[in-house]
Design a protein around this ligand. Structure first.
Ligand code: BT5
Length: 295
């Protein structure tokens, strides 16, 4: 991978050694950055402290162990490369160096566990909105946790939480993976026809630092709103940006497979699927596949 392939001039170079100028995010990896000062984030909470690392197994795993040693809410880990990036159900997340945003945000919710279920969808809509607003990308969400554009997967969200037995949720790690400057030729065969990047959509390279700022500032506001208003504050937006509502779909989960038309999102984030006889089922987890012509 060529150094400096996607970045503008470095913003500021800190610390000893580390990345050559122009590579990475423009900072030497391995240090804690102040979001408001170093990254010029508006963020009040999300991004208060940003740990930029060169190569990790998974940013979620790194942040989980930081949470266990008392890292504050809003801490972010962002890596240039993940060698063991993960999706749901132990699937692999392709995270090559220098071309994506692979990051995790630590939250300490004051909400009961049940209300956190739609947080992956809310994160996806927050990312989609940031890309629409600041990059003009027609980003949408595919229930429950994908960011889509042009019918292909641009990003994904992975939530992991720690809850004491029967008690409140102590923390949630929100993992965000976003393809920024990958070329079509970078994609491995298994996702070559299903994945896309910002660069492929915009036909120009994009500054990952700018994308990071946009996402963290947007998510900071959205997380505050989610704590105030719950999923109710996002339902309308999720409906408007959904790629699955109104379509004939199949949802596959460990509970089985359901086929029908995706007709609605409930007030707490479940997908409502209606079968040919008008019977409605609320689905909480699973993978959606479109059926028929566009499937
Ligand atoms: C997801 O899982 O979409 C969640 C992805 C979360 C990744 C972030 S990166 C930072 C943080 N640290 C981690 O270790 N993870 C998080 P799921 O819905 O299960 O989708 C996984 C599927 O997406 C894979 O089985 C592939 O088919 C596809 N895929 C893998 N890498 C991709 C990529 N870079 N772009 C598009 N699709 C991809």
């Amino acid at each position: 991978m060529a150094a400096g392939r996607d970045e503008p001039a470095p913003v500021r170079h800190r610390g000893r050694g580390g990345a050559p100028a122009g590579r990475g995010l423009g900072f030497a990896p391995g240090q804690a950055l102040s979001g408001p000062v170093d990254l010029r984030l508006r963020a009040a909470l999300v991004g208060c402290s940003v740990h930029y690392l060169e190569s990790v197994g998974s940013t979620n795993a790194v942040l989980r162990s930081m949470a266990a040693s008392g890292a504050p809410e809003g801490t972010v880990v962002v890596a240039d490369e993940q060698t063991e990036g993960r999706g749901r159900a132990g699937r692999a997340w392709f995270s090559p160096p220098g071309v994506g945003l692979w990051l995790s945000v630590l939250l300490a919710p004051r909400l009961p566990p049940r209300e956190l279920v739609p947080l992956s969808m809310v994160t996806a809509v927050s990312v989609a909105d940031a890309l629409r607003r600041d990059f003009g990308i027609d980003a949408r969400i595919k229930w429950p946790n994908d960011v889509y554009a042009g019918g292909r997967k641009l990003g994904g969200i992975l939530l992991e939480s720690l809850q004491g037995a029967g008690g409140p949720v102590e923390w949630v790690v929100v993992g965000i993976g976003l393809n920024v400057n990958l070329d079509a030729g970078d994609l491995p065969p298994d996702i070559a026809s299903t994945a896309v990047s910002m660069r492929m959509l915009l036909k120009r390279p994009v500054s990952r630092l700018e994308v990071l700022r946009t996402i963290l500032d947007g998510f900071d506001e959205d997380w505050a709103r989610f704590e105030r208003e719950g999923f109710g504050g996002f339902r309308e937006r999720c409906v408007a940006l959904s790629t699955v509502l109104g379509r004939s779909i199949e949802v596959v989960s460990d509970a089985g497979t359901i086929q029908g038309t995706a007709v609605d999102l409930t007030s707490d984030g479940a997908l409502v699927v209606e079968d040919g006889r008008g019977r409605r089922t609320e689905v909480w987890h699973g993978d959606v596949r479109a059926l028929g012509r566009d499937g």
